[in-house]
Ligand binder design. Sequence first.
Ligand code: GLP
Length: 241
Amino acid sequence: MKIRKFETQEALNEAAADLISGLVLRNPAAVLGLATGSTPVGIYASLVRRYEAGLVRFKQTTTFNLDEYVGLPAGHPESYRSYMQNHLFKHVDLVPEQTFLPDGNAADLEAECRRYDELLAGAGRINLQLLGIGHNGHIGFNEPDHALLSGTHIVELKPSTREANARFFQSLDEVPTHALTMGIGSILKAESILLVVRGADKAEIVHRALTGPITTDCPASLLQTHADLHVYVDSEAGRLL
Ligand code: GLP
């Protein structure tokens, strides 16, 4: 595990964008695993700037997102498809047919999970998986539980997760109760993983995830088993590391 601490958000964003764009420059047909939430926003902005400056192209790149809410109407501003559209996809030359997210409006959600796993298998290995972490140690929407699932599955969101994400909605009632998420097995299969953590409120959970016991009570702790884990933290989140 390689941990890097950054004094400014800008330095962290640039370093993360260096890792991603460096990979795409070496391998234009790379498969990227992407994340949502507030953590990666500045990283996507940096990638867009690099694209606009002609420093990187994504035409041959494929992306798979970790997760999507169940039941938000198509085009809802808080769907993860909309988030990706607004922060990255519409600004760069990614081919829409090569940007994948689970469909949280599929009529048969179980079938949708199997379809997503087949797409992932068909794409080969994710070369770099970008991850944030939830306050309870979730990655994607793999919530703490007595057991974790390997493949894509439907999850009931924990009340604390819905409360944490309520800031993006008008009210808590509007936050979906369920989501589809890539499983822990799919995340750990990635060739490299970049976990990004910001803010004092994440200091304890990232410390527990990276130095505590490996347990399904803290899904991010399973990242300790990964052979090529990069952890980028700001000085507040990295206070205990
Ligand atoms: C969200 C997402 C995760 C994300 C995490 C932290 O609910 N499903 O992929 O990493 O929670 O979000 P944030 O970066 O906004 O703190």
